[in-house]
Design a protein around this ligand. Sequence first.
Ligand code: AMP
Length: 307
Amino acid sequence: MSLLVVGTVAFDAIETPFGKTDKIVGGAASYIGLAASYFLRDIQLVSVIGDDFPEAFLNTLKSQGVGLEGLQIKKGEKSFFWSGKYHNDLNSRDTLETQLNVLEHFDPVVPASAKESDFLMLGNLAPMVQQKVINQLTKRPKLIVLDTMNFWMDIAMDDLMKTIAMIDVLTINDSEARQLSGEYSLVKAAQKILKMGPKVLVIKKGEHGALLFNKEEVFFAPALPLEEVYDPTGAGDSFAGGFIGYLAKTKDISFDNMKRAIIFGSAMASFTVEKFGTERLIGLSQEDVDDRVQEFVDLVQFDISLV
Ligand code: AMP
């Protein structure tokens, strides 16, 4: 199976109660690509950076099996930059600054080799750019997953609604689900959002896990209670990478398999938050991933017999 990933490859400056970073490598597509690379190797990335971006990180992506044919490098321009500050509970954050830079006029070009990708992960980006990528594909992927954020709901809601109507699975956090639907109850929010186009909705609740909805069912995956949580940046993207990576690896897009996939997604997110930036997602072994997934299984397994 092949996977096409679209999203930002960026610089972030992050402040959490545990420390502060200068510009470090981040971006939705970086996290998604790295997380997915533990499930399959046939991955292509479509994004844009300036000529200020460290070559070493691009080599890391390549060595993890993430193809960069679709990565545009703009001479004399600056990469996308985002900075954020987390509140004490680490579940909420304020965006301090968003510099679109190269993203402002980004015209994505899907390489010929990726136009028939089996799976498409549309990471957080301008909804029109996400839509342009779908429109360049010559075959409809088996599954299109889209992640977005409040930033795009604030400035490009109409475009977002059009893009959401074209996809299969939407992943957003709880406050974004409330903003998109105008409903406080997440159950009501899910019902409304599922009428906008997607067949499946994932609502991420940070350290409180994630909910998976289709029109008939709801399933819950916890987040692992971790001893060390330093930086939640990229948790949502790592979740998405693990989720779609597992579905692509198992070639099964049933709702039952998605229940398993959100556990794998949660496992990848749990690694990401243990260090600042993308560091923890680099160089994991298969055993690390398996052990982490087993911890999730142990966390929620219990026997109840109802007589
Ligand atoms: P997450 O914590 O999973 O929501 O994703 C964090 C990543 O999203 C960071 O590495 C940022 O570079 C990237 N990001 C932040 N704001 C935006 C935006 N408006 N569009 C695209 N990517 C963004």
